[in-house]
Design a protein around this ligand. Sequence first.
Ligand code: PRP
Ligand code: URA
Ligand code: MG
Length: 209
Amino acid sequence: MGKVHVLDHPLIQHKLTYIRDKDTGTKEFRELVDEVAMLMAFEITRNLPLQEKTINTPVMEAQTKVLAGKKIGLIPILRAGLGMVDGMLKLIPAARVGHVGLYRDPETLKPVEYYIKLPKDIEERELIVIDPMLATGGSANDTIHSLKKRGAKQIRLMCLVAAPEGVEVIKEEHPDVDIYLAALDDKLDDHGYIVPGLGDAGDRLFGTK
Ligand SMILES: O=P(O)(O)OC[C@H]1O[C@H](OP(=O)(O)OP(=O)(O)O)[C@H](O)[C@@H]1O
Ligand SMILES: O=c1cc[nH]c(=O)[nH]1
Ligand SMILES: [Mg+2]
């Protein structure tokens, strides 16, 4: 069964509070999402493999470590996932980025796919699907199925805020996928919004409401 990790670093939790606050405007919201994504990338890369390297310090030859070059792919779900890409690339600059375009139909709450463009070698990469919101789980679930259908073998999911309903869907449909969150919230409301949540992530990031 996939594990759920709530990243409770104080800096993440502090910034998330201001992301949630309805009085935080678009510019600050975007900056905070970028910063939290960077902090989450720091936590999520904790297990990256290292290899030995011999270097010369100014004092002597030393055995040290460098990253073993594991290939990573970031897969933002459009639109809102885009707000987390740059922050993650600050720490994982060699990652390739694939885009999955989905919107959630406001009536049915079902995801509708409108775009997909992925790195060629996704089967060799560890993929991190990124989206600020995991609500019913439909969008992340469809994205992960889409990636697996195209050959992806290693996938993790990173979101800012999740509802228990969405987490259950991913755990059931994709027991091989670990989930990384800044917060696990209480529930969904009648319109499929996360409670207490942060509102509509895409609209708040791009100022479209
Ligand atoms: O778990 P779900 O119930 O599928 O809901 C979550 C999805 O809803 C939001 O996207 P939205 O449809 O608002 O598209 P946008 O990012 O373009 O605004 C959010 O960014 C997720 O992708
Ligand atoms: O609370 C929610 C649920 C889905 N999408 C959002 O942007 N916010
Ligand atoms: Mg939206």
